[in-house]
Design a protein. Sequence first.
Length: 394
Amino acid sequence: MRSALVSLCAVSCLLAAPQYTGELIFPLEHWHNHSSSIVELPNGNLLVCWFHGSGERTADDVLIRAARWSKSTGKWSEPFTLADTPGFPETNPTMFIDSKQRLMFFWPLIIAHKWETALMKYRISSDYQQESGPPKWEHQDNIVLIPKNLAQRTKEVLGKDAAGTGRQAEYAARMIDHSEDEYFSRMGWFTRTHPLQLPSGRILVPMYSDGFSFGIMAISDDGGYNWTGSEPIISYGGVQPSVVRKNDGTLVAYLRDNGPPPKRAMISYSKDDGVSWTPAADTDIPNPGTSLEAVRLRSGEWIMAFNDIERGRYSLAVAISDDEGVTWKWKRHLDGDSTQNSTNQYHYPSVIQAKDGFIHITYSYFVPEGKSIKHTHFNEDWVKSGDPAPAKSR
């Protein structure tokens, strides 16, 4: 009996030990590889996608690539094309597995080389666990949105500022004008972070507009076949929302800060399953104007991956909260160091928790030698053990 207890203790201690691995999905190359999204498939394999080409919205050769990680071999496949419309850039893909175990894939087609001309596209597959190559798609369509109460909410939130003078007043007045423009208000909404499915079955796809610098949710209550727009998340520069659900049902959206200083991640709340949102306000989380992602772990804790600096993208950290985002008690760096300025860029994280409890994060990895997508795999204890102490110089 004593030996069995000792063995059980040894196993428990092993499971609780900090564990981390990380690798590039493909070798560094001169091509622009950016904005990845990761999902775990029901068979335990991983699928990651990103956009690839000679640039971003102005480069007509940009397409969506993907790679598969096999649980049996422990290796990544060669990258393959997931979507390509010749002559048009395609960017910012995201994926998730819904409650029916279908793969849903979303990405914007940039019609006229400006972010505000993005047209959202999506595909659905029930046959996607092949060892190589793309899924077999059973449905595809566009997502076109009429934002709910856009002009009304924009005037309510920004109207007072628009009556003043200066750059802020000019911006507010311009956003009010845009909100009344039928074409401008319906085009240009696109993705960055993972969708979220609520207990009711409702699917929320977080989107944003660089034309407005507002967030929004695409909402589907029929499994992804029909979509409506939420009210906007209005702010001065809040984009790329990442949504987490609290125990009481409140939805919390964290947003990138594209606005004026202080450079902080922004936050907005919804009490009605994503239909209406409070104006975004600053948190105390640094943000240099780059994407972040937060997800709820099965333990009830929240995890966030973000650039923990106000300028640059050379420091990428992960933090854990045990009080639904009120505080973030544990933090550890995935790449870089907030105290060491660098031209390297580690950014645009995509976060999931796998069935075995481990956390997987992919992110854009830019160094002078080239660009790739990096995959990291670790447990909560690795984060909670904190950054290692710096080596002492002799």
